[in-house]
Each structure stands twice: as C-alpha cells, then as structure tokens.
Design a protein around this ligand. Structure first.
Ligand SMILES: NC(=O)c1ccc[n+]([C@@H]2O[C@H](COP(=O)([O-])OP(=O)(O)OC[C@H]3O[C@@H](n4cnc5c(N)ncnc54)[C@H](OP(=O)(O)O)[C@@H]3O)[C@@H](O)[C@H]2O)c1
Length: 167
C-alpha cells in the first residue's frame, strides 16, 4: 500500500507559523490535537524545527533533515534530504508519515504531500516564517471543525483537512 504523506501545521490568518525559531501562540487544544493525531507515527522535520523543541517528542520516531553530514542528536534519525527520508519510510513499509515543517520543509513538501492537516488560527501575527499558499486548484477542503476561543485557548481556530484533488 502507498505511504500517505501528511503535512501538519498551525498557521495564522496571515500564514505566519513562527518567529525567532519558536511558535508565536499558545493553544493547548491544538497541542492536544497534534499529540493525538501523531502518536505512534513517524515525524519528518527540518533541523531548525527539531532544535526548537526541547526534546524529541515521545512515542513517535523523529526523523530530522539536515544538509550537515555530521548532524546528530540523541533520540533522532538524521537524513540529508527530504526525499531520502520519504524513501526510507516507504522502504520500511510505513502507512503514514507526518511532515512537521518548518517553513523550508513545508515549501519543499507541498508538491509531494497527499493531505494537509492545518490548524487555522483566526488571527494575524508578526513572524519570520510562513506556510506556503494552499492553492485551491490543487487542494480540496475535505473537513473543517471550528473552535471558539475559551479561557485556555485565546484565539478562535479551526482544524481543517485538505486533500489533493484528483487530476
Ligand atoms: N506553526 C507550525 O505548525 C510550525 C511547525 C514547525 C515549525 N514551525 C516554526 O517554523 C520555524 C522553523 O522553520 P524554518 O523554515 O526556519 O526551518 P526548518 O524548515 O525547520 O529547518 C530548516 C533546516 O532544514 C534543513 N533542510 C531543509 N531543506 C533541506 C534539504 N532539502 N536537504 C537537507 N536539509 C534540509 C537545513 O538544516 P541544516 O541547516 O542543518 O543543513 C535547514 O537549515 C520556527 O519558527 C518553528 O517554530 C512552526
């Protein structure tokens, strides 16, 4: 069976996803959704995103992409291109991989992803990293679940799934 390649991201109304190698909002409901969705799976991420996390995420395999041949850190597997990580997932017989960013990795993976799971935060933020344009010629919105801000989650947001349109 073909391995499904899923991009997962949280983006602001103005497409911002990060600033100074950090996330720019705190939405516990989104973190919970992220953990539930990715638990037990393999995650592919850029070296900068990996370094923005305190540690590799538990109960998941972290595959980190770096051009540096000597890059390594405890608890991760390093790859030197996005394609080689995808190939390794296919060879391992994984049914799914989650591509977790950041900006540079999202830009390169939009053309090879099958599905996007996007948390759309209904607020604009200042930042230095953005999510690429989701082209409606290519991507079909398949589901959307809106959430209102509450005492723990300061902003309105939606969990949205896009699937690649068939040619
Ligand atoms: N809101 C969200 O959902 C979300 C998710 C993830 C990240 N973020 C944010 O995004 C920001 C980080 O994104 P970013 O664009 O700066 O960095 P990034 O995409 O996380 O990592 C970039 C690094 O990945 C490696 N890389 C990229 N393409 C490669 C390729 N084709 N072959 C080999 N290595 C490659 C390089 O590492 P080397 O320099 O080691 O060669 C490059 O410097 C942070 O602010 C983070 O908080 C947000």
């Amino acid at each position: 069976m073909k391995m499904e390649k899923i991009i997962m991201a949280a983006k602001a109304k103005n497409n911002v996803i990060g600033k100074d190698n950090k996330l720019v909002w705190h939405l516990p409901a989104d973190l919970k959704f992220f953990k539930q969705t990715t638990k037990g799976h393999t995650l592919i991420m850029g070296r900068k995103t990996f370094e923005s996390l305190a540690n590799p995420l538990p109960h998941r395999d972290s595959w980190v992409i770096s051009r540096n041949e000597n890059y390594h850190a405890e608890g991760i597997t390093t790859f030197h291109s996005l394609e080689s990580a995808i190939e390794a997932g296919e060879q391992k017989g994984l049914d799914t991989v989650f591509i977790l960013g950041g900006g540079e990795i999202y830009r390169q993976s939009m053309e090879l992803a099958d599905k996007l799971i996007i948390t759309e935060v209904h607020e604009s933020f200042e930042g230095d990293t953005v999510f690429p344009k989701i082209d409606s010629e290519i991507w079909q919105e398949a589901s959307r679940k809106e959430h209102q801000a509450d005492e723990r989650n300061k902003y309105d947001f939606a969990f949205v799934t896009y699937i690649r349109k068939k040619n």
